[in-house]
Design a protein around this ligand. Structure first.
Ligand SMILES: C[S@@+](CC[C@H](N)C(=O)[O-])C[C@H]1O[C@@H](n2cnc3c(N)ncnc32)[C@H](O)[C@@H]1O
Length: 266
């Protein structure tokens, strides 16, 4: 049976960031602990590592209550603007930035990235968290369905926009998804990079006991959307899901990474 589309109001009423963390990222039991985080973090390590993408401003679209996808990026950007649609998620991000006593624990993910960088003693992991906290200058509200996703806040043109597991939530169909990518063009400098990582062929996901819909996309859909939205695709990677436990929590059959660029002359 098809999952009914989750509206913005459903998100406001039912998306609990603590349940989200427990369901997906908690050490040893979250269903994204392992395969998803390793896929994403290795891709980002390659993208932002030596000789890779760099710049002044990074926009992070639809972070939820999470920061894992910013750990590699924090070394190569001066300013990181993170964002989410939901107040309850932005509150978790602010808490993490303030180092409140009851923050969501990302230390296992920070250690994984420090390991990738060959630098994982305790001091270095703490320094990495401090660098990220210093670089994140704003936590904004974003809305993929709005004509201008950050209205009324004026946005600088960024060198890079990153987004993980977000657009399939608010976008109802491929047309919505393509239109959202088009709107992102205005947030990027000419030649700017866009890096999206998410799931393919996923129709639903649970956050605790709450069910949410997911726009089910194929690899061909992705390529079509990015081309139609006017980007030049640099790299598209798909990784089939091998960890099949948790299919009743979220039913994606693979994960994708796409790196594309806004053309120099638009
Ligand atoms: C599956 S969570 C992904 C969270 C996080 N990026 C991650 O990687 O785990 C989906 C996210 O979509 C966000 N979302 C829902 N409606 C949205 C909208 N209209 N515009 C932008 N983001 C939205 C939710 O607030 C939530 O954070």
């Amino acid at each position: 049976m098809q999952t009914p589309y989750s509206t913005s109001q459903t998100y406001i009423d039912e998306f609990n960031p603590l349940d989200y963390y427990q369901t997906y990222y908690a050490t040893g039991k979250g269903i994204f602990f392992g395969e998803w985080t390793e896929f994403v973090l290795r891709n980002l390590h390659e993208t932002f590592g030596p000789g890779g993408v760099t710049g002044d401003i990074l926009i992070d679209f639809g972070a939820g209550p999470t920061i894992y996808h910013l750990i590699s990026a924090c070394e190569v950007f001066n300013i990181i603007i993170t964002s989410d649609f939901l107040e309850q998620n932005r509150e978790q991000l602010e808490k993490w930035l303030r180092k409140d006593p009851d923050v969501l624990d990302w230390t296992h993910v920070v250690k994984f990235v420090c390991d990738l960088e060959g630098n994982s003693n305790g001091d270095n992991c703490e320094k990495k968290e401090a660098t990220l906290r210093r670089k994140v200058t704003k936590v904004l509200k974003c809305d993929a369905l709005a004509k201008k996703p950050y209205d009324p806040v004026p946005m600088p043109e960024a060198d890079c926009l990153i987004s993980c597991l977000c657009l399939e939530a608010p976008c109802r169909d491929l047309e919505d998804f393509t239109n959202t990518l088009k709107k992102f063009q205005e947030l990027l400098k000419p030649g700017g990079h866009i890096i999206i990582q998410s799931v393919l062929n996923c129709t639903f996901y649970y956050v605790g006991s709450k069910l949410f819909s997911c726009l089910s996309l194929t690899k061909d859909d992705l390529e079509k959307a990015f081309k139609e939205a006017g980007y030049e695709i640099v790299k598209l990677k798909v990784k089939p899901r091998s960890e099949k436990s948790g299919m009743e929590t979220a039913d994606q059959d693979s994960y994708y990474y796409i790196h594309a660029r806004k053309p120099q002359k638009h």
